[in-house]
Each structure stands twice: as structure tokens, then as C-alpha cells.
Design a protein around this ligand. Structure first.
Ligand code: ADP
Ligand code: MG
Length: 319
């Protein structure tokens, strides 16, 4: 478990991380989502004791990172895959890490096997492709068999096969009961990987909720209607107690409505329809709105209709 409490980081005037509090729990993949520059990497560095917080606190299974003996056996992390000494072989890189953390040599072979680098273990890391570098970084994170794992944008620049592999690895680590915390700036990627979401924008917490809840709140479904008999259809729908929103250029929208119901109502009143189509607002779109407007939201200024409704009352999921 990772507990973050009031975590703040300033760089001069810039507040990179602003009073973040959340808990990352074991047994599931928790996605750490936010656009570029939101403060994800800064937060992760502070979690690992690589950066000193301006204020606030991080506890790893109840203890500060600095006070962990052999920290790699508690928490493994992939931060910057290029942080490997290029002149060393994959094997020697991992062996150095193992020796400085009291980890037996045999474990190096195990993790090389897990990440599929056994065949190139004696090759120098500087000749590695991006994907191989990511795998080596992940091998380093797994080395101490830690209960907690942290990955910062692990799929960046990977090919589809590499992305698929990392996704499955994260899920299987969580299924073993480990705490898995993974960052991304892509909603679509997190939707496929994470069970819980911590969303930040401009250093602030925007949401801390389950993926299912996030999707339910943000994937607005509605029916889009076009008709040459607009006024008549509006009368009929209103008469049937259906709430209609008039969007631009003569298009009508019914939130959460069924095309069947609307189509049958229209037929009964002999109203011609030119379009009757179920629509789903994309999650990626909702996420971009949410993060882009984070600051404005706090000032209670205008937000789009659907977001204002779905995030209006309880948008951190914490009440
Ligand atoms: P993310 O990982 O979400 O893309 P970062 O944590 O890298 O975001 O950055 C958050 C903000 O803090 C950015 O505006 C970035 O420019 C700034 N920042 C990060 N590290 C430093 C630093 N060492 N000095 C000054 N500003 C920094
Ligand atoms: Mg980053």
C-alpha cells in the first residue's frame, strides 16, 4: 500500500504537485492519469524518495522510503528506461542492482527470463531497442520481488506487442496481490489496464475512483435525432415525458434514451425521421475536457453540459 498525504512540490513559482492525497491499494492495478505536465512523474519521484516534497508525506507500507532497508525488496519502479548505464550488459546492470540490495544472483536470471531478455543478457544495453530497454527497466523493478510496483508511462513508444505484454504483466502482478501503480497520459490505455483511477490535472487531484465508476460517469450515451417535423416531434416527446436537448443545426438529442422507444413514438404520430442514431461520447474526450478545465472547474465557471452534470456533485469519488 502507498499512502500519499498532502503531497506538494514547488519549483520556484511553479506548483508541480498541489496538495495530493490518495491511497494506492494492493491486488489491483491503479492508473495514475493526467495530461503531460500534470505532475505524475514528480509525484512518483517523491514516492520513491528521489525528490524532496515541499510539503506532505508518502508512506510505503507505513514507512518512509528513506527508512526502508533494501528498498528494492519493498518497492520496484520503472521511471526512466534510459537511466541504464549503456556500457553494461543487461546481466551486469541487474547484478549490480541485486548486489547493492542484498538480492541473490539467481534472481537476476529469473527476472531476465520473466521479461524475455535471457537471449540478449550479455549484450550491452546501449544497443537495445526502446522496447528492450523498457523490459530491462521492468526486470530491475521486479528484481527484489517487491510487493509494490510503480511504472511511469511504461508503454510510451512501444509497439503493439510490447504494449500488450506490459498490460498483461501489470495485471498478473496485481492478481498476485501486489500493489501496482502505473501512470499514463492516455485515457484509452488506462481504460484497458487499470481497475482504479487517480486522475490529476495541473498538480491537483481531479478524481480518485474505480474505472467502472469513471466510465459510468463519463461515457454519456444519447440518441441523436433529425426530423423535418421538429416542432411536432418536440411536442410528442415532451408529451411522453422525454427530455430533449436541442443541439445545433436542428439536431435533437435525448440523453439515455432508446432509439426503439423514440422511433415507435414518432411512427405512431406519423412523424418522418431523417436520423435516429444511438451515440456514445468518448471517454478520451471526457477525460480531456476534465483535465483541461480542472482549474476553471474549481472556479465554478462554465463547463460543458455533460461534464457539469456527471462531475457536478461528487467528482473526486470521495464526497
Ligand atoms: P508529468 O509527468 O505528469 O508529465 P511532471 O511531473 O514531469 O509531469 O511535471 C509537472 C510540472 O513540473 C511541469 O510543469 C514541469 O515542467 C515541472 N517540473 C518538473 N520537474 C521540474 C524541475 N526539476 N524543475 C522545474 N520544473 C519542473
Ligand atoms: Mg511524466
Amino acid at each position: 500500500m502507498i499512502e500519499v498525504e498532502g503531497l506538494t512540490k514547488r519549483y520556484g513559482d511553479k506548483v508541480a504537485v498541489n496538495n495530493l492525497s490518495f491511497t494506492v491499494r494492493p491486488g489491483i492495478v491503479t492508473g495514475f492519469l493526467g495530461p503531460n505536465g500534470a505532475g505524475k512523474s514528480t509525484t512518483m519521484r517523491m514516492m520513491l524518495g528521489l525528490d524532496r516534497p515541499t510539503a506532505g508525506d508518502v508512506r510505503i507500507d507505513g514507512t518512509h522510503y528513506d527508512r526502508l532497508k533494501d528498498p528494492l525488496t519493498y518497492i520496484g519502479a520503472l521511471l526512466d528506461a534510459k537511466a541504464v548505464h549503456g556500457g553494461r550488459s543487461a546481466f551486469n546492470h541487474l547484478l549490480c542492482l541485486a548486489q547493492s540490495n542484498g538480492i541473490p544472483r539467481g534472481r537476476v536470471h529469473e527476472v531476465l527470463d520473466t521479461v524475455g531478455l535471457t537471449a540478449v543478457a550479455r549484450k550491452k544495453a546501449k544497443g537495445f531497442s526502446l522496447g528492450m530497454g523498457q523490459r530491462l527497466g521492468i526486470a530491475g523493478a521486479l528484481l527484489g520481488d517487491p510487493r509494490i510496483l510503480m511504472f511511469d508511462e511504461p508503454v510510451n513508444g512501444l509497439d503493439p506487442e510490447g504494449i500488450h505484454w506490459i498490460r498483461n504483466l501489470m495485471k498478473s502482478l496485481a492478481a498476485q496481490g501486489r500493489t501496482v501503480f502505473v501512470s499514463s497520459h492516455l485515457m484509452s490505455e488506462m481504460a484497458l489496464t487499470a481497475e482504479h483511477l487517480v486522475v490529476i490535472g495541473q498538480g491537483r487531484l481531479l478524481a480518485d475512483t474505480t474505472m467502472a465508476d469513471f466510465i459510468a460517469r463519463n461515457s454519456r450515451s444519447f440518441v441523436r435525432i433529425r426530423t423535418p417535423q421538429r416542432e411536432r416531434l418536440l411536442d410528442v416527446l415532451h408529451g411522453a415525458g422525454v427530455t430533449v436537448v436541442e443541439s445545433g443545426s436542428g439536431v435533437l438529442e435525448v440523453d439515455g434514451g432508446k432509439p426503439e422507444t423514440i422511433g415507435e413514438l414518432a411512427a405512431r404520430h406519423q412523424i418522418v425521421l431523417h436520423e435516429l442514431s444511438p451515440q456514445q461520447a468518448s471517454l478520451e474526450e471526457a477525460f480531456m475536457q476534465l483535465t483541461a478545465e480542472s482549474v476553471e472547474y474549481h472556479a465554478h465557471s462554465e463547463t460543458p453540459r455533460d461534464l457539469r452534470r456527471s462531475w457536478g456533485e461528487d467528482w473526486t469519488g470521495r464526497g
